[in-house]
Design a protein. Structure first.
Lengths: 440, 89
């Protein structure tokens, strides 16, 4: 490993947010070092991407590589919420580019490899321990090799102007500085696993076998679950070879039924069997043993997303219920505006605090909008409401309509009636929802 | 250099027309820039750099609200407020 002793920017983490931030900064001419704890390709969840992600990939020059991979193009969503089923198609909201279902090991690897091709120095199996911000003009990042080289590895250091924490839920810098706030009103848990040969729902409301997934685009199927007062839900995401199926459940409910035999895997399979439409889709499917994973307590935000010497982006800045697939796009957005802000800071150091304030306000606005969209009983301060309103106003007509429609589908619309002023957008969104009935 | 209201509007239209719309759209002082898709979460940052560098002004975090970016007229008013007194008519 030849990690240099100094550089302009250290990026922690090689997921979509880290890879894109590093790419943008390298394209602006800065010396960027990216430290990734794992070795790509590596597993990650979060497989559904909204069409908005393309513009960030265009900006990085990586869209052609993603198109060439042949990921599954999805047509929209099929949502079963408390007895009412609807579908929505992205093209009805004016989107011209496809949403994707991606295997994140491969998708993330494409972005990371592209960062390397753009001049980013990438070092994998390197874990950042912490950073020393006592001299804000020369941040010292302490790291250590993991994996095969770990036995003889001693902590080492690299000095930089800025560190971008894109370390995902590890949130290395956020935890070190005590910036994370766990969302007490939203203590959920997610359990998910993989199947082969699952049938799926297409945009026409019909059920198709897995063999047709490349010819008849699937929808992301989302359904409310009976556990926990209408908060709980499931996802069904068709990938190229497998299907990802996940349950999002209130932690309190999970705790109340925890004394179950057979461990999480059999518990998960029993939950899947209890949902009639899911069971119908899974009739020809085979479960992949050992594929069940779970995450607890995963909704949080940060009291601060930038400060002297650092920026937080992606899941390291905040994480919300993934119900509307906004996570990856939010990570890419953070990457873009962090790179913008760092570039402005380095060009005009005297105004650094102002550029960090612009980054912070815009990212916090977007996170607040994400909370309004995802939290079933969204309660916030007047300031939070204003933040979400600003973020949605800048989102454009298509995205506003899509968000409003998505909110209607899942009984989260009361949050949105107060955020979207235009009666036209509300009516259009309503009109574009198509009732759906699927024979189970 | 004294900048008139008309000059500011013309500079803004030129920039939006050539850089952000790539001449796809005819922009007037009243065009709804966000609804037309010209200003979004990404292009607004390019626009901020243009505003700062072209007019030698400083945009602050609290200036980035939809009311200031809705139309060319709104942008012109923002620029006018930010220009040093010397430049105002």
């Amino acid at each position: 490993m030849n990690i240099p002793p100094t550089c302009d920017i250290v990026v922690i983490g090689g997921g979509p947010a880290g890879s894109l931030a590093a790419t943008y900064l390298s394209q602006k001419g800065y010396a960027v070092v990216l430290l990734e704890k794992q070795q790509h390709p590596r597993y990650a969840v979060g497989e559904s991407l909204l069409p908005d992600f393309w513009k960030y990939c265009d900006e990085a020059g990586v869209s052609a590589k993603i198109e060439a991979e042949g990921f599954i193009r999805k047509a929209g969503g099929s949502v079963d919420w408390e007895g009412t089923m609807h579908r929505l198609s992205f093209k009805d909201f004016g989107y011209t580019r496809p949403a994707l279902h991606v295997e994140r090991d491969r998708f993330d690897q494409i972005l990371l490899t592209h960062a390397g091709a753009c001049g980013v120095q990438i070092f994998e199996q390197v874990a950042v321990i912490d950073a020393d911000f006592s001299d804000p003009a020369a941040v010292v990042v302490n790291y250590r090799a993991v994996g095969e080289a770990a036995a003889q590895a001693r902590p080492e250091r690299i000095t930089c102007r800025y560190v971008v924490d894109a370390s995902g839920q590890n949130a290395v810098i956020g935890r070190q500085l005590g910036l994370r706030i766990i969302d007490e009103a939203f203590r959920f848990m997610s359990v998910w696993g993989y199947f082969t040969d699952s049938s799926y729902l297409a945009a026409d409301g019909q059920i198709y076998p897995a063999s047709q997934v490349r010819t008849v685009p699937p929808t992301t199927y989302v359904s409310a679950l009976p556990q926990g007062d209408g908060w709980a839900w499931l996802w069904h995401i068709m990938l190229r070879e497998m299907t990802s199926i996940g349950l999002v459940l209130p932690l309190a409910w999970v705790k109340s039924v925890k004394a179950q035999e057979g461990g999480w895997e059999s518990w998960y399979l029993r939950q899947c069997e209890a949902i009639p439409l899911l069971q119908r889709l899974l009739q020809p499917a085979r479960f992949c043993p050992g594929s069940v994973r779970l995450v607890r307590d995963y909704a949080y935000r940060s009291r601060q997303v930038a400060g002297p010497g650092f920026f937080l982006i992606g899941d390291a800045a905040g994480f919300i219920d993934p119900i509307f697939s906004v996570g990856v796009v939010l990570g890419m957005y953070g990457a873009y505006i962090a790179a913008w802000s760092i570039d402005r800071c380095l060009q005009t150091p005297a105004r650094c605090a102002e550029y960090q304030a612009i980054f912070s306000r815009q990212l916090q606005n977007r996170l607040e909008l994400g909370r309004a969209l995802a939290l079933p009983y969204y309660q916030t301060t007047t300031e939070g409401q204003q933040q979400a309103r600003q973020a949605i106003a800048f989102a454009g007509v298509e995205a506003q309509g899509l968000m409003y429609a998505a909110a209607l589908l899942t009984a989260r619309s009361p949050n949105f009636t107060s955020l979207i002023d235009s009666p036209a957008i509300r009516q259009d969104a309503q009109a574009r929802l198509q009732p759906l009935s699927v024979a189970v | 250099m004294m900048l008139s209201e008309t000059q500011i509007i013309q500079s803004l239209i030129n920039y939006l027309q050539t850089e952000l719309s790539q001449d796809r759209l005819l922009i007037t002082p009243e065009t709804a820039l966000i609804e037309a898709g010209l200003i979004d979460s990404l292009t607004i940052f390019k626009l901020i750099v243009f505003l700062e560098e072209h007019f030698t002004i400083k945009i602050q975090a609290e200036d980035i609200v939809v009311e200031n970016f809705a139309t060319v007229c709104a942008l012109q008013a923002l620029v006018q407020r930010k220009l040093p007194l010397l430049n105002k008519e």
